[in-house]
Design a protein around this ligand. Structure first.
Ligand code: EPZ
Length: 417
């Protein structure tokens, strides 16, 4: 099984370029199905989840051309409306293809996207919204059959501001009849990116970034060229690495506005942060101060996708920190691996209590999910001695060239068997 071998103790120093956002790229690639033409995307990250999405799009009939960060999707011949089980299982966020396929072909069959390491990941909010938009949804032994003769746009209220459900309803409604209003919509920046490209394609969407989104159905969309926004979670992850290694790093190609909740929490560690137009400079403090409380919330609150990286960074902080995970029910799986390295963490339900220790010791550890895996890379960077981290496929799903970027910052990391 592929691994990262990390020799800890080096301060990270230098510049790192932040790649395009995974969580903006995936719904935007799904949106390409709505146009019987060509979608040209730039700043697409070279990560495993994008490779899976390319496979799924080719499966439904798209032709895809990729050259470095440029991806061209020709969706003139979308013929199939079945999302294969094996691909659905590989990436559960492929559920957001469903809205686009129904929007284009008025039907879609797919297998229930199972849960993953961080939770059950149900899709009840998606299905309830689809039914409100006049889509027949039938479930039978793990398969879901959706079809409609006419998407009737309407007003709907999400029980929870689900990112995926918000995006799926947007994708379903843009070619529907009439107007859709999504109340209690998710406000994540990736949803604004989706609105931007849809409007460039000729859709009529407004309100993304607020909790009410309006979609006026149109007949057709057109070819588009679009550049994906920077990945705010990748940026936050490198900032945590800078603090944890007491280093001095500069992040290029960052949208500072997207990470204000992360920056304010990092400042509580007494790290110094200098903000420039498109870059952020972080100077770590020799003493990392603990953070009294972190509570993950929907955007613009502190992001759940940064929870594990902060916990890892705080293992060697001064004092006690309390981190509460309010979004997913099982997002502390990585903690047992940190404890193997000498961390003092007590998990009670949805709360982790971290008592800072002087340092961690390198060990053999395993990643079980994407962000938990990033947390374990951070632990390897700060631990004494050598850490062997297995299960790195999880990390490669969402971090482009993480080993190469860390090497450039002075880390001792390499791929192992
Ligand atoms: C998106 O997942 C992101 N993924 C996740 O990032 C992120 O953690 C999450 O939003 C929250 O910000 C992508 O954008 C590809 P949700 P999504 O629907 O859409 C419950 C990463 O590491 N829920 O906002 O699946 C759900 O179980 C990934 O990059 C229902 O109950 O998240 C969870 O508890 C991980 N029923 C909560 O809502 C539903 O129908 C938030 O889920 C849908 C969701």
């Amino acid at each position: 099984m592929e691994s990262y071998i990390i020799n800890g103790g080096n301060k990270l120093e230098g510049r790192v370029n932040i790649s395009g956002s995974k969580n903006a790229t995936l719904p935007i690639m799904a949106a390409s199905i709505l146009n019987e033409g060509t979608t040209t995307l730039y700043n697409v990250p070279d990560i495993y989840d994008v490779k899976i999405m390319i496979n799924i799009l080719e499966n439904v009939g798209c032709k895809i051309y990729r050259n470095r960060d440029k991806v061209v999707i020709d969706s003139r011949n979308v013929s199939d409306t079945v999302i294969p089980d094996v691909l659905m299982r590989q990436m559960r966020s492929s559920v957001m293809l469903v809205g686009a396929v129904i929007g284009r072909k008025r039907q879609c069959n797919f297998s229930y996207p199972g849960g993953c390491e961080i939770g059950a990941r149900p899709i009840d909010l998606h299905m309830r919204a689809f039914r409100k938009l006049n889509v027949n949804v039938r479930e039978n032994s793990g398969y879901i059959y959706c079809d409609t003769d006419c998407i009737k746009n309407t007003e709907l209220n999400l029980d929870f501001p689900s990112v995926g459900a918000t995006e799926n309803v947007m994708l379903l409604s843009v070619l529907g009849e009439g107007n859709t209003t999504i109340k209690n919509a998710a406000r994540e920046p990736e949803i604004i990116d989706l609105q931007n490209i849809l409007n460039k394609m000729g859709a009529k969407v407004q309100g993304a970034g607020s909790n009410i989104i309006y979609i006026e159905g149109v007949k057709k969309l057109k070819d588009v060229t679009y550049t994906i926004m920077p990945d705010r979670i990748e940026a936050g992850t490198y900032l945590c690495m800078g603090v944890a290694t007491k280093g001095h790093i500069i992040l290029d190609n960052v949208n500072v506005e997207h990470i204000s909740s992360i920056l304010s929490k990092l400042e509580e560690t007494k790290a110094r942060i200098i903000i420039r137009k498109n870059s952020i400079e972080l100077i770590g403090n020799s003493k990392i101060m603990g953070i009294d409380t972190i509570k993950t919330m929907p955007y613009p609150g502190f992001p759940t996708d940064m929870q594990s990286q902060f916990v890892s960074m705080l293992t060697i902080s001064k004092g006690t920190s309390i981190v509460t995970e309010n979004i997913f029910e099982n997002r502390f799986k990585y903690v047992s691996e940190l404890i193997r390295m000498g961390a003092k963490i007590n998990v009670e339900g949805r709360t982790a209590i971290i008592k800072g220790v002087k340092n961690l010791e390198g060990a053999l550890i395993e990643a079980h999910d994407l962000r938990g895996g990033a947390a374990l890379v951070i632990a390897g960077l700060i631990a004494n001695g050598q850490t062997k981290l297995i299960g790195i496929k999880h990390i490669q799903r969402g971090y482009e060239d993480i080993d190469k970027k860390l090497l450039l910052l002075g880390a001792k990391i390499k791929k192992g068997e």
